[in-house]
Design a protein around this ligand. Structure first.
Ligand SMILES: Nc1cc2c(nn1)-c1ccccc1CC2
Length: 292
């Protein structure tokens, strides 16, 4: 990937901090030439192979390659430019300023089904764009899903720090992700695949509808045990008034066998996502249904 030779501050003026992760800080920036408002993600470079601080260069390169490949979809963050300083690599990204989906859910405790279904449909459209390019996100969670603008149900998938290309027939194994969102194959150190993202969609859906986390235990090991035994339930407290469609949607994703787990295309066809607008003429045998 080509890195800009000129200094970052020659082209951009730094504004407010938008968010931060373990080794990254994101600022709102203004392009000096055009006045455009963008986001700049400063990723701390790892200085020594034995260090635990910072991100190894090849991981940053992988995030850039993935962003370059998946850019251009309305539910996926767009990469505009890359700069380097002695300590950081700077990704200039499309500005999303509606805050994290995580905060939006917290502000409401949980969402009604229509709002949750609209958010999940957008997440599925973004994921379909990734999976069609053999990209697997591997860190889907409400913190990594941003609202384009406050109060609008339009989302962008933002953090591709753990994402990678996974091609059929080339097994990839790795112990990564956030414990309460990882699928059984991650816990069991078995091959990762697009199905790994679909399990996480189930966890995000469960959280949007209830505010609770389906597999979270008191310890990391308890969480992992709940995941590998698919030990979850729809607590009456939050799911008493939830539709069968919503519960069926979630239960098709919490499937241990990756070959039996719903794919992104099957999810987009599910009645909970297609909603009441299914007309009889959509159900002609063999019809190609245009989902866009
Ligand atoms: N880990 C993160 C975290 C964030 C972002 N990217 N990666 C981001 C990207 C574009 C606009 C705004 C943000 C803030 C949060």
């Amino acid at each position: 990937f080509k890195i800009n030779e000129t200094p970052f501050s020659d082209s951009y003026e730094i504004g407010d901090e938008l968010g931060s992760g373990q080794f990254a800080v994101v600022y709102k920036v203004t392009c000096r030439k055009t006045g455009a408002k963008l986001a700049a993600k400063f990723i701390k470079k790892r200085r020594y192979a034995t260090s635990r601080r910072g991100v190894p260069r090849n991981h940053i390169e992988r995030e850039i390659e993935v962003l370059r490949d998946v850019g251009g979809h309305e539910n996926v963050i767009q990469l505009h430019d890359v700069f380097e300083t002695p300590n950081d690599i700077i990704l200039v990204l499309e500005l999303v300023s509606g805050g994290e989906l995580f905060d939006h859910v917290c502000a409401h405790e949980y969402l009604n089904e229509a709002e949750a279904s609209a958010f999940i449909k957008q997440i599925l459209l973004g994921i379909r764009h990734l999976h069609n390019r053999f990209v697997v996100h591997l860190d889907l969670k409400p913190e990594n899903i941003m609202l384009l603008r406050r109060g609008e149900p339009r989302i962008k998938l933002i953090d591709f720090g753990l994402s990678r290309h996974i091609y059929p027939g080339i097994p990839v194994k790795d112990m990564i992700g956030t414990p309460e969102f990882v699928a059984p194959e991650v816990v069991n150190y078995e091959a990762l695949s697009p199905a790994t993202d679909m399990w996480a969609v189930g966890v995000v859906t469960y959280i949007l509808l209830s505010g609770g986390s389906p597999f979270l235990g008191r310890t990391r090991d308890e969480t992992f045990c709940n995941i590998t035994s698919v030990n979850y339930h729809f607590s009456q407290t939050y799911f008493a008034n939830t539709s069968q469609f919503a519960k069926d949607f979630i239960s098709r994703l919490f499937v241990k066998d990756v070959s039996a787990r719903a794919t992104v295309d099957e999810c987009l066809q599910h009645p909970w996502i297609r909603g009441p607008d299914i007309g009889i003429n959509d159900i002609r045998v063999g019809a190609t249904i245009n989902l866009s």
